[in-house]
Write a protein that binds this ligand. Structure first.
Ligand SMILES: *Cc1c(COP(=O)(O)O)cnc(C)c1O
Length: 457
C-alpha cells in the first residue's frame, strides 16, 4: 500500500516511511492511496479472535508482508500488558447503550492503544536503518503521557514533549515529568495547546532543521496511529454481532473519530459517527454548517479536547471533496490565511451522511457525570461525560450506540469529586508519580527558543 498527501503535492511513500514521517513535505497529511476492504467472510473469521489479532488484521491491510508480521508480533506483546483481558471492554449501561472502555493501558487513556504499538514499530524501523529519531510532540494532556510511557528507555529515540503551561491536570503533567529516563525531555510552553502544536508544525516545516535532528512525529497526524485505533471500532462491531452501530466519540484533534470513519470505509458496519466536543466547538459548527472557522480556545474540565484547530480534520476535508488534493490544498491555504474555510455543498452533504455533532458545555458535562453516577454507579471522566451527554442528546431510540470512554476518571480527580462527591482511587499504576521529583523546562511560545533547546540535547 502506498500513501499519498491530502494536498496532492508530495510523492507517494510506503508503510515504513509513513511510520517515520510527520506531515508530508507539501504540508498535507498522509492517507492510503485507496481504501482497503474487509470482505464479509474476513470479518466473520475475526469474530471471537483476541484483540491483538484484530489489530494485526487491520495493519496487514496497510503494510507489506514483512511489516504486517512485525505489527502482529508487537501487537501480541503490547496489548497483553493492558489490565483487561478484553483490552477494550464493552460495558452495557442500559439496553442498546454501551461504553467502550479505552483506559486500560499503561497511562489510562486511549492514546496508549496507538502509541504502545507505533513506538516499538518505529524503533524497529530505525534499527534496520541504523538511524536515530527525535520524536517531537505537542500534547493537550494524554498523548504526552502515552508517548513518555512508550518511548522511555528506547535506545534509538529521544522524546521532546510540549504541553501548554498550566493547562493540563496535575496527574497528566506528573505522568510525564516524573519519568526519570534520560531520553525524555519535557517542555512547558507559555501558551495554549494550539500554540504548542503550531511550534511543532513550524519545526517540521523547517526541513533542514527537521532532517538534521531526525525529527519524527507521533501526534495523531501519524497514519499508523490512526490505523491502530481502527481496531477497537472493528472489535466492537465484531463483539456486538456485526449489526450497524453508532459511535459517539469525545473529540479534539479528530484523530479518534477519523479512525471510526476509516473502519466504516474498510467495511465495518457503522451507521453514524457522532462527534462530541466540549465548549471548544469548531468541529460541531463545521459539521452542522459546513463552515470550519477558528474560534477562541476555552479552558475546560476536559482539557484533551481544548482545541480549535483539529489537525486530522484535513483528512476528512480531503475525503469529502472527492479526494482532490488541489482543492484540499486551496481550502487549507484559505484557512491558514483567514481562519476559516467552507465545504462545497456536495462535500458538506457527504459529511452529514456519516457524521453528526454536539457541543457540550461545562454545566452539562458535570451534570452528566452526576447523573451517570446516580443511574449506573459508574464514575466517568469529563471527556467521557461529554460523549455521554452527546449520546443523550442525539441517539435515536432504535440505534445501538457505543460511547467511547477515552480516559480513566482517576486522571481528573477534581472534576470527578465535584460531580459525584467521590474521589476516585488512583490505580496502582499511577501511585508512584504522586511524590516523585519532576523534570520540566518552561519555554516561551517561540520557535527559535525551542530549536535552541533541541540543539542542546
Ligand atoms: C486525546 C483525547 C481526546 C480527543 O481525541 P482526538 O483523537 O484528539 O479527537 C478525547 N479524550 C481524551 C481523554 C483524550 O486524551
Amino acid at each position: 500500500m502506498k500513501f499519498i498527501s491530502t494536498r496532492g503535492g508530495a510523492p507517494p511513500i510506503g508503510f515504513e516511511q509513513v511510520l517515520l514521517s510527520g506531515p508530508a513535505p507539501d504540508g498535507g497529511l498522509y492517507v492510503p492511496e485507496t481504501w482497503p476492504q474487509f470482505t464479509a467472510s474476513e470479518l466473520a473469521a475475526l469474530k471471537g479472535r483476541p484483540y491483538a489479532e484484530i489489530v494485526a488484521a487491520v495493519l496487514a491491510k496497510f503494510a507489506d508482508e514483512d511489516w504486517a508480521e512485525q505489527s502482529a508480533r508487537v501487537a501480541r506483546a503490547v496489548y497483553a500488558r493492558f489490565d483487561s483481558p478484553d483490552v477494550a471492554p464493552l460495558v452495557e449501561l442500559e439496553p442498546g447503550r454501551y461504553l467502550l472502555e479505552l483506559f486500560h493501558g499503561p497511562t489510562l487513556a486511549f492514546k496508549d492503544f496507538a502509541l504502545q504499538l507505533v513506538v516499538p514499530l518505529m524503533a524497529e524501523a530505525l534499527r534496520r536503518r541504523k538511524e536515530r529519531a527525535l520524536v517531537l510532540v505537542a500534547t493537550s494532556g494524554d498523548t504526552g503521557a502515552a508517548a513518555v510511557a512508550a518511548i522511555a528507555n528506547q535506545p534509538s529515540i529521544d522524546l521532546v514533549v510540549l504541553h501548554p503551561l498550566g493547562r493540563i491536570s496535575d496527574i497528566q503533567r506528573r505522568q510525564m515529568t516524573t519519568e526519570p529516563s534520560a531520553n525524555v525531555h519535557n517542555v512547558a510552553v507559555e501558551g495554549t495547546f494550539d500554540d504548542a502544536q503550531a511550534l511543532v508544525k513550524t519545526l517540521f516545516a523547517d526541513t533542514a532543521f527537521a532532517r538534521a535532528h531526525h525529527l519524527a512525529a507521533v501526534n495523531s497526524i501519524n497514519w499508523v496511529r490512526i490505523a491502530a485505533q481502527v481496531a477497537y471500532y472493528m472489535a466492537s462491531c465484531l463483539r456486538l454481532g456485526l449489526k450497524p452501530l453508532t459511535f459517539v466519540v469525545p473529540t479534539g484533534n479528530f484523530g479518534d473519530v477519523f479512525a471510526g470513519f476509516v473502519a466504516q470505509k474498510m467495511g465495518a458496519p457503522i451507521a453514524r459517527l457522532v462527534v462530541a466536543t466540549n465548549s471548544n466547538d469548531i468541529l460541531t459548527r463545521a459539521i452542522d454548517t459546513g463552515v470550519y472557522a477558528r474560534g477562541q480556545v476555552h479552558a475546560t474540565m476536559s482539557p484533551a479536547m481544548d482545541i480549535q484547530v483539529a489537525s486530522n480534520f484535513e483528512r476528512l476535508i480531503f475525503e469529502a471533496h472527492g479526494r482532490d488534493g488541489a482543492t484540499t490544498s486551496k481550502l487549507m491555504a484559505e484557512f491558514a490565511k483567514t481562519g476559516a474555510l467552507e465545504f462545497s455543498h456536495a462535500a458538506h452533504e457527504f459529511v452529514r451522511q456519516v457524521f453528526a455533532a454536539a457541543s457540550v458545555d461545562e454545566h452539562e458535562t458535570l451534570a452528566t457525570m452526576t447523573s451517570t453516577f446516580k443511574a449506573t454507579h459508574r464514575v466517568v471522566d469529563p471527556h467521557t461525560a461529554v460523549g455521554l451527554a452527546a449520546t443523550a442528546r442525539l441517539a435515536r431510540p432504535e440505534e445501538v450506540v457505543v460511547t467511547l470512554a477515552t480516559a480513566h476518571p482517576a486522571k481528573f480527580p477534581d472534576a470527578v469529586a465535584k460531580a459525584t462527591g467521590v474521589r476516585p482511587v488512583l490505580p496502582a499504576r499511577l501511585k508512584a508519580i504522586v511524590d516523585a521529583p519532576e523534570r520540566c523546562t518552561t519555554l516561551p511560545n517561540d520557535a527559535v527558543e525551542l530549536k535552541r533547546f533541541i540543539q542542546k540535547i
